[in-house]
Ligand binder design. Structure first.
Ligand SMILES: [Zn+2]
Length: 53
């Protein structure tokens, strides 16, 4: 599932010229308003998977 998400992110990053530093979590945009996507979601792991792809 995480690899699928990494692949989707990679495709969107390519289509819209989004740098890896801009790939973040909802909770980091709406600070204090949401815990989305939850405390078990590992953003660093996602970024590593995107880079590895
Ligand atoms: Zn969200």
């Amino acid at each position: 599932m995480m690899n699928g998400l990494a692949g989707l992110c990679r495709a969107l990053m390519g289509s819209f010229a989004i740098p890896l530093a801009q790939v973040t979590a909802h909770r980091k945009v709406d600070v204090g308003l949401t815990a989305c996507p939850g405390r078990h979601f590992d953003l660093d792991d996602l970024r590593r998977r995107i880079e590895a792809g």
